[in-house]
Design a protein around this ligand. Structure first.
Ligand SMILES: Cc1cc2nc3c(=O)[nH]c(=O)nc-3n(C[C@H](O)[C@H](O)[C@H](O)COP(=O)(O)OP(=O)(O)OC[C@H]3O[C@@H](n4cnc5c(N)ncnc54)[C@H](O)[C@@H]3O)c2cc1C
Length: 403
């Protein structure tokens, strides 16, 4: 068994697969380890991704596109429905993927580019030398092996432990960890090309319910609630069951999954001597929507680009790798993460009356001028009393930061 590589990638999700593929394409030796016995399962995702974002990395393929989405609906707590047409729905217009196939395809592409892949293989502790990460001990079928690597990409997802083992503070406060439950439901009346988001504190405290179509009468129906709102009798699944019995009583659940999404700010530092952190492990899922597929693909490919340059230059110090950190933070993704974090901080403090007022006033907007700035202007003009309250919650700071 080969025990020395240029790059060791921990995790076979979109971030890890993309890092492994891009580094292998540049001719570097790469090992990707995935603790699960199969790539892509169990799926812990609603599988929605923006079309244009995905196209940056992959050409869509019928084998992993379950549905094409051309509009979104937001349902206010009072039942009012706001329609967002393609030009205004932003990243909510796109695809609902079949991630069982999609994640496999990505890892297949990494393997095809020359990366070695080991499933049912877990990184169990880092190897270090003079404070630099130099690889990891991996465990496969109870057998431990030390793998040395020029650089390690920690892409081990929301439950990431590798960076913590290396001394990085990766703690997510409970209020910023959405706990999620989702059914794959069939036999339901839905528009197969529309995603629907239900808001309201009694429906989903500090979160939302989603319906993401996966074909004609099938959809991912899920919920995320703030971790600190979860208690006995009021867990994510309890809220989901109540929603389903009221709104989709005839539907049949054929799969149930549970998972977590971090909605905190990204890690303060995502590069260390010999290590880059990518995807959910770096806490780069969107704090407002919980979406992280694109962010994982982007940070995974950037990790490979910066990592392979550092390897070629013979310098994998945190200083040499810092361009990874500065590049993603100043990218459209990094800017959106900070803006959406601030919006999320306001959103979680809203009452149902506030949400109703906002959604009604947004639907009155001239949609040809729809953007975040105009959206906030419209809320302020239409609801001065609500605007004062939002001002206290940080709207002014947000407004100043984007105007
Ligand atoms: C309920 C739910 C719904 C979601 N819906 C959406 C959505 O609609 N759209 C969207 O964009 N995002 C969504 N997300 C978020 C999205 O799933 C993640 O952001 C995305 O999967 C992140 O990719 P990743 O590669 O960083 O991590 P992951 O996909 O989590 O991959 C990490 C991998 O690392 C492996 N691993 C962990 N530890 C080790 C170890 N020690 N050794 C080896 N392997 C290890 C894990 O088994 C896992 O396969 C959702 C998440 C949840 C929970």
């Amino acid at each position: 068994m080969k025990t020395s590589y240029d790059m060791l990638v921990i995790g076979g999700g979109p971030a890890g697969a993309m890092a492994a593929k891009c580094a292998a394409e540049k001719g570097h030796s790469v090992l990707l380890v995935e603790k699960r016995p199969a790539i892509g399962v169990p799926v812990r995702c609603a599988e929605g991704v923006g079309k244009e974002l995905l196209h940056q990395f992959l050409k869509p393929d019928d084998s992993w596109v379950a549905s094409e989405i051309d509009q979104a609906q937001i349902v206010a707590p009072d039942g009012f429905v706001m329609n967002l047409k393609p030009e205004h729905a932003g990243s909510e217009v796109g695809y609902v993927l079949d991630r069982k196939v999609f994640d496999r395809e990505l890892v297949w592409q990494a393997a095809n580019a020359g990366a070695d892949i080991m499933v049912k293989t877990r990184a169990v502790c880092p190897l270090t030398s003079d404070g630099r990460i130099t690889g990891a001990t991996i465990e496969h079928n109870g057998l431990k092996t030390d793998i040395s690597a020029g650089i390690v990409v920690a892409a081990d997802g929301v439950e990431s432990k590798f960076a913590r083992w290396c001394g990085v503070n990766t703690t997510v406060p409970l209020r910023e960890m959405e706990t999620c439950a989702q059914y794959l439901m069939t036999d339901i009346d839905i528009d197969p090309h529309t995603t629907v988001f239900y808001t309201g504190n009694s429906i989903s405290p500090a979160g939302y319910v989603w319906i993401f179509p996966k074909g004609e009468r099938t959809a991912n129906v899920g919920i995320g609630i703030a971790g600190d709102k979860s208690r006995s009798g009021s867990r994510a699944k309890d809220y989901l069951d109540r929603f389903v019995s009221m709104n989709l009583p005839k539907g049949k659940a054929i799969e149930l999954i549970a998972g977590g999404v971090s909605i905190c700010r990204p890690l303060e530092k995502t590069v260390f001597d010999g290590m880059i952190i990518a995807g959910d492990a770096a806490r780069v899922s969107d704090p407002l929507t919980g979406g992280g597929i694109y962010n994982a693909l982007y940070t995974g490919s950037l990790a490979a680009e910066v990592g392979t340059t550092a390897l070629s230059n013979g310098d994998v110090s945190a200083k040499a790798l810092s361009v990874y950190d500065t590049t993603w933070r100043s990218s459209p993704m990094g800017i959106a993460l900070e803006r959406n974090y601030q919006i999320k901080e306001i959103f979680v403090k809203l009452t149902d009356d506030d949400l109703n007022a906002i959604i009604h006033s947004v639907s009155d907007m001239n949609m040809s001028e729809f953007n975040t700035l105009n959206l906030i202007r419209n809320i302020v003009t239409a609801n001065p009393r609500l605007a004062m309250k939002l001002g206290k919650a940080g709207l002014k700071q947000l407004f100043d930061s984007i105007s």
